[in-house]
Design a protein around this ligand. Sequence first.
Ligand code: SOE
Length: 379
Amino acid sequence: MAEKKKLNIGLAGYGFMGRTHTNAYIQADHFFDLKFKPVLKAVCGRGDNVQDFASQWGFESVERDWRRLVERKDIDIVDICLPNRLHAEVAIAAANAGKMIICEKPLAMNAVQGAAMVDAVEKNKVANLVSYNYRRIPAVALAKKIIEEGRLGKIFHSRHLFLQDWTISSDLPQGGTALWRLDANEAGSGVTGDLLAHNIDTAIWLNGPVEKVSAITETFVKERKHNLSGRMEKVSIDDASLFLAKFANGSLATFEATRYARGHKAKFYFELNGEKASLSWDLHDLNRLQFFNHEDEGIVRGWHSIHVTDGEHPYMDKWWVPGLQIGYEHSFVHQVADFLDGLYKGQPASPTFSEALETQKVCDAVLESGKTGRWVTIG
Ligand code: SOE
């Protein structure tokens, strides 16, 4: 077997997302036939347990300051798993240092920062990718293939949900490890950037660009104790964000994301209705794609549940045998495999920073419409 070219990974941030990305580098090398071999070179973090993380996952070294990580000559890919506030600064510095970049979603705090990140990666000609991982769940990738084959015909409608319930208690503080998502200074927005961004990315990928939006947003808990100051502080994130959208192809859509839907932990759901067929997908049953084909013979026409585990299905020939399922973490493994394969073939994996900027613009428009109560056209 020919020796693979090694690519050294510098991971910035080692929370929940740091774990999903690290696992993906390890597994991609085992399950996919790639021309590059990711090497866990350094993990960077300020927490006390960063050394434990490095030992547990096999990182060769530890950095305490992301600037040191970005400057290191032996790092090829900077992988940003930090709070949103740091995405732009770290990515721009990494691009200027000539590093390839994988960045967690959303691209940035807002589209202005996002545009600066796009400029930096394009000026420095470095490979880049934003981690919208759900595109790479086989059932979602199959939805894309079905749509591209024209099986839905003209699309009229789509529905998009991301429902959670983990912030209902007003005793939950904001700020600090993991809970930075509740602090607008760290996150930029609430569910719009954290959850709706996933829906928007998937929707644009499946159905094309969004033309305009009309949103309603709400902050149900107005004050929470801040973990860093120890004081009660105003909550400035959106707890719930709902919007209507018109797509450039003329179709109409509804989007809803909230952390106040009691009973729902991570219900990411979409449905598209076309002239000839409809399809839907639910993260809670992620190996299945529901498909209704109006062109089926009348007596057997109905919703089919496709168990997306066959060798013919996207990515599935790399895993077990037909019928055996995979999970959430595999979407990140596929992301690493696509990124490395794209490098080899000279065909960048999607979404690049530039493509993810479109999602960021829609997020900004949703937040603006939520404030003004007016329709906002995507700039
Ligand atoms: C928030 O709870 C969160 O972890 C998001 O940050 C992720 O992007 C989403 O995939 C699951 O939910």
